[in-house]
Design a protein around this ligand. Sequence first.
Ligand code: AMP
Length: 308
Amino acid sequence: MGKLLIVGTVAFDAIETPFGKTDKILGGAATFIGLAASQFDIDSAIISVVGEDFPQKYLDILTDRNINISGLEIVKGGKTFFWKGKYHNDLNTRDTLTTDLNVLADFKPVVPEDYNDADVVMLGNLHPYVQLSVINQLKKRPKLIILDTMNFWMDNALDELMEVIEHIDVLTINDEEARQLTQEYSLVKAAQKIFKMGPNYVVIKKGEHGALLFHEEQIFFAPALPLEEVFDPTGAGDTFAGGFAGYLAASDDSSFENMKKAVIHGSNLASFSVEKFGTERMLKLNHKEIKERLRQFKKLTQFDIELQ
Ligand code: AMP
């Protein structure tokens, strides 16, 4: 069974969309990644930090899904990372209203012993120094290191981010962030610039417009499933990353052909995540629904055309 090590925030989120708003609910990049990856037959563990205010019932959500949380530090008297965001009417763009790092500000990650030989490491969104420190603690080079990040870290820790990007195999990033990182408007040129920074695979997520996979001269595109209702896009990118990484850990094959399938699995799981607030939809997901939607994905993208 493949071993997946996940790093990222475990958080409280407060979200406002055109359809409603929430108080503090369970969120965080590692949470969404872990929940998505738990759909695959793998061993997984999360490295993160929360405060004493983090409820046991949220920890149970992770352990009930067999996600190892021995690397999830609980800081006595500390406050959990808090993020507040507000979506615009098109749901494709949002404003971050609050980012309170709290316990994340002084976090020193410790890789659990059982996971320092992980096959796949998914470095989810959080301080690039924490991401780098995790890589440095590994006993052997994983088959695949995937990294996801966001504009917050480009604005606040760009040098550290560039340093960790040198060590990874796959960068997953959204379109605006790819443009910010490379100063290139064309996503093709942006991907080529990112190759020069270190990774040899780049996935550019375009929200409801799907995702692009780049490797050397090759490009693959996966649409997002057109949905009747999108309720809350929070965590879609992380859910994508979790599906992508979870599938790759389960299948032990990092060829371009298999990465294409990983992109489809990631897109498929993300399509569920946006249907309800926060993690709500991911917590009720079953294998039958996942399979049925994969079938829809296939139908959506298959066509016969005669080329003479
Ligand atoms: P996504 O919608 O995929 O970009 O992910 C949203 C999740 O990322 C939320 O659950 C937040 O808790 C978390 N998040 C927001 N800002 C940050 C940040 N600066 N670093 C790490 N995680 C963050």
